[in-house]
Design a protein around this ligand. Structure first.
Ligand code: ZN
Ligand code: ZN
Ligand code: FE
Length: 743
């Protein structure tokens, strides 16, 4: 007895080899009918025995291809047969509602690599080889549905042979939209510093340049990289000078895990992430913490493995590890347009390895630690974006505009939140333009018209102005979210937690509800509301912004406030109170202490003092300084003055920097644990969320978590979005959702 079934499949099923997979399953089960892509995923009609259709559904749910992401499968049975003969893959239709999900860019797969290096293959050494299981996706998609005509591959009509593969359901390239070969696809070319195209094999020329110590711009998936040898500090110094990137760590790309092990310790979990098809930059402990200082001045080094065929060809023989850093100048966004490359990188790159395929969406490399076997993001971007974060309830269409540093935004649809790729610090026009362009792009490809906006409370953030303008222009309600409340909510949402919790939100600075600068907060609340239960004694910042760069000013201010001798100029500033704002900021406390201990006197990038202090700290030192927690105006306050005096006395008696650094961070862990016990005693809440840029410090993160767990707390840490301000948008969105219900 035959039956008919209409099946709808929701999720990422396009461009991931889903239809051939269905074809195979259907043939094995002797079902008839068709399947086609739709804007929500795929749909099909199937006829055959009911139990076989049920088997198909369970195949769809449990055995879909690796890159597929099946959200749900809807089946409607009926007795009216259409009388299908055989099985068909039908044209995709663009529905009235675009409800599709889009795959991130995926590293070249093993099958393609085999062909790339096999002389007898027709794609031997073809640098744009890809298939249904790998290759560019997000960065080339201009519109949906995901068909070649809606990607930047539309400029390359397929040749006969590629088309044959594309149409052959038994072929690995069946319906692989970016499929191409030497005869029909994009091509590489190599230019010298003068923009003159050089004759000869582009890859060989680039390798030659690199081997000779030159700097080569390499066009990749989501933007341009600058590549050079990583084993020669003079070459790397030149790169830093030209890029105006004085001290920030540089990532390297290694041929394989074996090559990477020369630089760093790699655990089994770290290896799994390094070699995953998402290919993030993984922050790894250096083999020797004082080595490779010209690449990274702290104890970690960021390593990634090759993810495009071009990378594999560049690293195939000869030099096996390269500096591979985003081509941008100072704080501007990554360069991605051909016409910008020569102009903006003139004087920076000596050679240019380019191709003629347009990049549609900029997307930087992702950067993460591996924590408990999972991603712990510093930057969630290529390989992960635009994959959604799934929530347990349906959300309004909301646009959350993020913060300022590490700007990002998030858009919601149904149960999905789509956090954007890395945008950069929203402090210049170029970044703002990219921010606005990516918002429109996301709204288009996910077909979301926001009904509600959320932004930070800070009046001067560009993201706030953007939200304000849009709210007025489109008459949309706008919810302003306190920065640290958003951090806490982000960590809650990240863990699927929606109860009440204590949020330890530590970062550089965020705008408080009292108009003051906050940054070392103990909040209590949930998505809809919060109260401030604890913080640290405010730190005066002589010279305002100048103190974030000249961190010795913060040290002087800490000394002054603790009743100790300090620098005369700073003393005058603090006493006059002119241009001397106060901030209860953990980031600034780290800066001040880093300077006191003698680790750094200036900071050329955000958090530098803290990063250096962490890598200076001795393992195995368990002591803390004594401290006291005051209770004032309904709030617990950690008074750091006693600690500062103890550090100075340590320093005067010649205690090692490593020991002072450890003692300082141990003190933070002790006081935070004690503060949580007090708050738990007052509120009965035993769940703690850790969020904010300070929790990029692995020493503090891991030990604070251990300490709180030992006290019986459930500790939430980030898993799917970044702990720094990049993750703020998720929290803003969840808070806006919760608060909209109360209106
Ligand atoms: Zn492949
Ligand atoms: Zn071809
Ligand atoms: Fe923050």
């Amino acid at each position: 007895m035959k039956t008919h079934a209409d099946i709808k499949i929701y999720g990422i099923v396009q461009g991931v080899g889903f239809r051939p997979f269905v074809h195979k399953a259907v043939t094995a089960l002797s079902l008839c009918g068709f399947i086609r892509n739709t804007s929500f995923g795929a749909e099909g009609e199937f006829e055959g025995r009911r139990e076989d259709i049920q088997k198909l559904v369970s195949e769809l749910l449990y055995n879909a291809p690796t890159l597929a992401f099946i959200e749900s499968v809807e089946v409607v049975y009926s007795d009216t047969l259409r009388g299908y003969i055989g099985f068909d893959i039908a044209e995709s239709i663009k529905g009235e509602k675009n409800r599709t999900l889009i795959s991130p860019d995926i590293a070249v797969c093993d099958d393609c690599l085999k062909e790339l290096f096999s002389e007898s293959d027709r794609r031997y050494s073809y640098p744009f080889i890809n298939c249904t299981n790998c290759g560019p996706r997000f960065t080339i998609i201009k519109d949906i549905p995901y068909d070649r005509k809606n990607t930047t591959m539309s400029a390359f009509p397929m040749c006969g042979e590629c088309e044959r593969e594309y149409l052959d359901i038994s072929d690995r390239r069946y319906h692989a939209q970016p499929d191409c070969c030497e005869n029909c696809g994009p091509k590489l070319s190599f230019y010298d510093f003068n923009k003159k195209e050089l004759p000869g094999d582009a890859i060989s020329l680039a390798k030659e340049y690199i081997r000779d110590g030159k700097i080569v711009a390499v066009k990749g998936l989501g933007g341009i990289h600058l590549a050079c040898r990583c084993d020669d500090d003079t070459v790397v110094d030149t790169l830093r000078k030209r890029k105006h990137r004085d001290e920030k760590p540089l990532a390297i790309m290694c041929r394989d895990v074996e090559a990477a092990r020369r630089f760093a310790h790699i655990s089994a979990d770290e290896k799994r992430h390094l070699t995953s098809n998402r290919r993030p930059i993984v922050l790894l402990k250096k083999r020797e913490s004082n080595s490779l200082m010209y690449l990274s001045e702290n104890g970690y080094i960021g390593i990634m493995l090759p993810y495009t065929p071009v990378h594999h060809l560049l690293l195939a023989d000869g030099v096996d590890s390269l500096v591979m850093t985003s081509a941008n100048i100072s704080d501007l966004p990554i360069i991605y347009k051909d016409e910008e490359v020569f102009e903006k990188l003139s004087g920076v790159a000596d050679g240019f390895l380019m191709n003629n395929r347009e990049i549609h969406a900029r997307c930087d490399d992702s950067l993460m630690w591996v924590l408990d076997g999972n991603e712990y993001f510093v930057r969630r971007s290529r390989g992960y974006v635009p994959h959604p974060v799934c929530m347990s309830t349906k959300l309004l269409p909301i646009l959350a505009c993020g913060a300022e540093q590490k700007a990002s935004f998030a858009l919601s649809r149904d149960r999905y939140v789509f956090p954007s790729q890395h945008i950069g610090d929203l402090k210049n026009l170029e970044t703002l333009e990219n921010y606005e362009a990516q918002i429109s792009h996301f709204e288009n490809i996910f077909d979301v018209k926001p009904q509600l906006l959320a932004c930070d409370m800070h009046p001067d953030y560009m993201s706030t102005s953007y939200a304000d303008e849009r709210s007025q222009k489109e008459r949309l309600p706008l919810i302003r979210v306190q920065h640290h409340h958003a951090h806490m909510a982000s960590c809650m949402a990240d863990n699927g937690y929606d109860g009440k919790c204590i949020g330890i939100t530590w970062d550089g600075m965020g705008y408080g509800t009292d108009g003051k600068i906050w940054g070392a907060e103990f909040l209590v609340g949930d998505f809809s509301d919060f109260s401030r239960y604890g913080t640290i004694r405010p730190i005066r910042l002589p010279g305002g912004d100048r103190a974030t760069h000249e961190i010795s000013r913060v040290a002087a201010s800490l000394l002054y406030d603790s009743g100790l001798e300090c620098d005369g100029t700073v003393k005058k500033l603090v006493e006059s109170g002119i241009n001397c704002p106060s901030a209860s900021s953990m980031g600034r406390l780290f800066d001040g202490v880093a300077s006191l201990i003698g680790i750094a006197q200036t900071a050329s990038y955000e958090g530098q003092g803290a990063v250096l202090l962490e890598s200076a700290a001795a393992d195995g030192c368990e002591e803390s300084y004594t401290f006291c927690i005051g209770y004032d105006g309904g709030m617990y306050t950690f008074d750091w003055r006693q600690m500062i005096r103890a550090i100075v006395s340590d320093k005067n008696s010649g205690v090692d920097q490593a020991v002072m650094s450890a003692r300082f961070m141990n003190t933070l862990i002790s006081f935070a644990s004690e503060m949580c016990e007090k708050i738990a005693h007052d509120t009965g809440i035993k769940t703690v969320a850790l969020s904010g840029g300070t929790f990029q410090n692995m020493y503090v993160l891991k030990r604070l978590r251990t300490s709180l767990s030992a006290l019986g707390f459930d500790v939430l840490t980030h898993r799917r979005v970044s702990t720094n301000d990049e993750g703020i948008c998720l929290g803003q969105l969840m808070i806006a959702q919760a608060q909209s219900k109360r209106r």
